[in-house]
Write a protein that binds this ligand. Structure first.
Ligand code: WTA
Length: 650
């Protein structure tokens, strides 16, 4: 296996920062951390963050529960903002690039961002929000998303961000589960030259919920709905608020935010992240993965609706005092050079994106990327799904000019920050191989019985060995049973990632993908059950099975198999019309990212005798593989029938 750019990237090593802050040099860092991970993280938390009061106990565990920095007091927004005011008040904290080219970018210095956050925190306080209240945020990539989130953390409110492309039903479910008192949203945003409406969806979602007020960012200058007492204008409220706001001093273990993610059942679960532990992992992973320096402009292309947007578009860079760049729109509008132009014009140094986007841009006219100067780039990152060798090499050569290490970071919504990847300067950087555990954390591969697999090239289950990383989730919102069942039932002593992986000969970890019903469609996380529930709401559909199939650009896409209600009617149904209706339904229940690529009407689904749908068999049929395990089926005949239906559709 070839290791790309270790020599050159050695120069990039944050050895100065490491020596100064962690008192370790590059080579010793993993060894020192493994010797005593708790002491190691304690050192990092002390050196990286500003605490109001030091903890009394660094780590305490009674699995499946654990606490980091017990007794420690901290305010998150103070760590992102106030402490940079002394040294670099006029440094840019945020650069926002709007989609319409005639609009100017918005640039906010740390001083300006601090003031806006304080003002908005006062707006929240004026609206009776206090420590521990949940606030739903349904915003696109606009500066106000960051302002709103940081304002929550300033006063100890718990933010729950919902992806702006999710439907009103999806938003409502999340508002209801969190019992949010306020919804912060926008009237809309620009995407591919169109004006996307957000307010109509938001208005629908809040019906019969706990939401008392809606604070609206006027992105499209639409008139606010009435009554005035309920719908407030974000920036008007902000302008008239007081510019100073005493931060609420929080316990390290107090929740900082919840973020809903897909699990094996249809209902998304609210993953809870705490304050001190999350901040420590966000700070240090951002610093070491991306070798963040004072003069860096970091661009993480993820939307704030996902965890990557939380930790690396916003919090990681700000905790480090770097400049973060965010943008509105998409990579292919007005043309496929959009991202390259943004990198060139803003001298982006650290670029972090998903394999789906890389594969999509790889397919575009090569002249477009060549036209741009990408020399400012130092480090490239990727996240969200396995990256294939081809895409990795293209990213490395064409985007990074064979100069920049490609950091393939494995992590999850649940882990809060990255956990498995090679570090700049240390490497090795090998296409498709994520690397090794972040210093101070340990991941192993185990068989179904929980026994460690040490042999290379044998795929097993990826698990985390306690002490748990400080950024790990602390539970599922109001659902302790789900937390225990999802993450701690199979392997008891280890955190279950639900990912498959194997070790390379050199002992590095290669991720193979999910072992449960979670799909990654264009990097977006969703479950088969979520889609099945949505599709089953169609009045003509009796039962549905959704399976992910490989896709050249999106990694994988969902395909649905449906059984109709009432056999007699079946011939009267127009399959194309039904497919359209199903797509509309998933758009409405979840959002367009979940739209099935194809809908097959079938007479029966292959099931075990206990009634479990064998999605594995359906997947084999779709990818033209010989399905295995047919003998356990209740209805083996269904397999031939479905095979025929798939064939005739090709
Ligand atoms: C997958 C995204 C391969 C994995 C941060 C995980 C990856 C799920 C990688 C979590 C990677 C993430 N290589 N697979 N570098 N990074 N994954 O919660 O299956 O949206 O469990 O968090 O994405 O997705 P989530």
């Amino acid at each position: 296996m070839v290791n790309y750019v270790t020599k050159k990237s050695n120069k990039l090593m944050p050895s100065k920062a490491m020596k100064k802050i962690a008192h370790l040099d590059n080579k010793r860092i993993y060894k020192e951390a493994a010797k005593n991970p708790i002491k190691f993280w304690e050192k990092l938390a002390t050196d990286g963050l500003q605490w109001e009061k030091k903890w009394t106990k660094a780590y305490e565990q009674k699995l499946p529960y654990f606490k980091w920095f017990k007794g420690g007091k901290i305010n998150f927004s103070k760590n992102c903002l106030d402490r940079h005011l002394e040294n670099q008040p006029d440094k840019l904290a945020l650069v926002w690039i709007p989609e319409p080219t005639k609009e100017k970018p918005v640039k906010l210095t740390y001083r300006q961002l601090h003031e806006k956050v304080c003002k908005f925190a006062n707006v929240l306080r004026k609206n009776k929000i206090k420590k521990g209240d949940v606030i739903s945020i349904y915003l696109p990539m606009v500066p106000e998303a960051l302002i709103a989130m940081l304002a929550c953390t300033r006063i100890g409110a718990i933010h729950s961000v919902v992806f702006s492309a999710f439907s009103s039903d999806a938003l409502k479910a999340r508002i209801q589960d969190g019992k949010a008192k306020i919804l912060i949203t926008a009237d809309g945003y620009y995407r591919r030259g169109e004006k996307e409406d957000l307010l109509t969806k938001a208005k629908q979602a809040i019906k019969s919920t706990t939401v008392k007020k809606v604070i609206v960012v006027s992105r499209l200058k639409k008139k606010l709905p009435s009554p005035k007492s309920k719908f407030l204008d974000f920036n008007k409220e902000l302008e008239s608020a007081e510019p100073t706001c005493e931060p609420e001093i929080m316990n390290s273990e107090d929740p900082l935010f919840i973020l809903y993610t897909s699990g094996t059942t249809g209902k998304p679960k609210g993953v809870i992240h705490d304050t001190g532990g999350y901040a420590t992992q966000a700070y240090w992973t951002a610093k070491w993965n991306f070798n963040l320096r004072d003069d860096d402009v970091m661009w993480c292309t993820a939307d704030v609706g996902w965890v990557t947007g939380h930790t690396y578009a916003f919090y990681g860079p700000l905790l480090n005092g770097a400049t973060t760049l965010i943008y509105e729109g998409s990579p292919d509008f007005p043309d496929t050079g959009r991202w390259w132009k943004i990198i060139q014009d803003n001298k982006v140094t650290v670029f972090y994106t998903a394999p789906t986007a890389i594969r999509m841009l790889q397919k575009c006219d090569p002249k477009i990327i060549k036209k741009h100067n990408l020399k400012s780039l130092r480090i490239l990152g990727t996240v969200g799904e396995p990256i294939d060798r081809d895409a990795w090499m293209w990213y490395f050569k064409k985007v990074g000019g064979s100069r920049c290490p490609v950091i393939d970071t494995w992590w999850q919504t649940e882990t809060g920050g990255t956990l498995i990847n090679a570090l700049p300067g240390i490497g090795p950087f090998i296409p498709t191989v994520s690397g090794i555990s972040f210093p101070g954390t340990k991941h192993i591969i185990v068989d179904e019985k929980g026994k460690q697999i040490k042999k290379p090239n044998v795929t097993g289950n990826l698990v985390q060995v306690p002490p748990l990383a400080p950024g790990m989730l602390h539970g599922v919102w109001k659902n302790p049973k789900k937390y225990k069942e999802t993450y701690w039932k199979r392997f008891k002593k280890y955190y279950d990632t639900s990912d498959g992986a194997f070790l390379t000969k050199g002992g590095l970890i290669r991720i193979t993908g999910r072992t449960d019903d979670v799909m990654k469609v264009a990097g977006h996380r969703m479950t088969t059950a979520e889609l099945e529930n949505a599709i089953n709401d169609h009045p003509r559909i009796n039962e549905t099975a959704v399976v992910p199939v490989p896709h050249k650009v999106k990694g994988e896409v969902p395909v649905a198999f449906v059984i109709l209600k009432g056999k007699k009617d079946a011939t009267k149904i127009n399959p194309e019309q039904l497919e359209k209706e199903v797509k509309k339904l998933t758009d409405q229940k979840i959002g367009p990212t979940s739209r099935p690529a194809k809908v097959f009407i079938v007479p029966a689904l292959p099931k075990t005798r206990s009634g479990k749908i064998m999605r594995r068999i359906l997947k084999a049929l779709l990818i033209d593989e010989e399905p295995k395990g047919l003998s356990t089926l209740l209805n083996p005949k269904s397999v031939e029938e479905i095979k025929g239906i798939i064939k005739s559709s090709q």
